[in-house]
Design a protein around this ligand. Sequence first.
Ligand code: NAD
Length: 358
Amino acid sequence: MNIVVTGGAGFIGSAVIRFIIEHTQNRVLNVDKLTYAGNLESLKDVEKNERYSFAQVDICNCEKIEQLFQEFKPDAVMHLAAESHVDRSITGPAEFIQTNIVGTYTLLEAARKYWLGLEGNAKEEFIFHHISTDEVYGDLPHPSETSEELPLFTEETPYAPSSPYSASKASSDHLVRAWQRTYGLPTVITNCSNNYGPYHFPEKLIPLVILNALEGKELPIYGQGDQIRDWLFVEDHARALYKVVTEGVNGETYNIGGHNEKQNIEVVRAICDLLDEFRPKETKYSEQIVHVSDRPGHDRRYAIDASKMAEELSWKPLESFETGLRKTVLWYLENQVWCENIQDGSYQRERLGILENG
Ligand code: NAD
């Protein structure tokens, strides 16, 4: 198969590309604009493989995208490129509307044009896989608010996004569904819970806490830290996405999650405990925890029912939260250079080199 992966220099996209190159014989074209969140150093292990190629292209550039599709002739498009950080969407929503909505529209139109030109089996087998989030469903009742059984997000949960980020992702999901229903473009959508693992950009909770803790900085927690997220190890997500793109049914949506509901404060304490074990110092890392005012519109609880993935595609996560978090903390301890290159901005200077070299 020839697979276009958009956003392949990001956290999840790079895990998907590493998975495909290491575990299959498929070819991958990584289409990424390289925003602040894109880091080609996350692809060092596969960049020399002849089945991997890279194009620095904005998904909003329809001419370039159409040209790439004609040249690479994809059997599948896995669309991960997005602006993904909720806090940034609150302070500057414009980029989120542009990339997440206009960018998805542009890709869909380029994919439709390309797909219309395919013939026979190729036409039936082409698939556009849109990667989305459980945040499109809004939030769920928190255990502190109800004594009734706690519900989970299913594929039928109505959309109720809270932040500019989740609203832009919800819009893109609707566009994908409409392109399937109206134009017949073969599509699948996946909605996944919070990911964690190696190569996660240090603005997100888990890497931020690890790196701040090691530097002796404060560990900021929104409000009481009792918000609940359902955590999934990124390599389990990458494996799930490959299952869906190769075995998923046209027009279907699949929820992906790890059955790991944790309060944010529990996550931060667990990281501190691991650091106490791996890098002991005189004081406990948990003493660095500080509570800061809560994010506006902060969702209280997310939790995914991933039974459709288990029953229809025989997928289940391999990592528990405990084993996955241990691997993650060790990875950050062993890959200080990757982190330092982000912290001092050199991962972007290397990128300027790429641009200068054409
Ligand atoms: P990320 O921010 O780490 O990476 C996004 C990538 O997209 C970056 O490499 C960036 O350079 C690229 N990009 C941004 N705008 C672009 C544009 N206009 N054209 C081309 N490339 C562009 O994001 P992530 O955490 O890897 O998330 C990937 C996808 O998975 C997103 O669609 C996100 O909504 C979804 N998702 C993420 C999570 C999570 O926990 N991180 C959970 C569920 C779903």
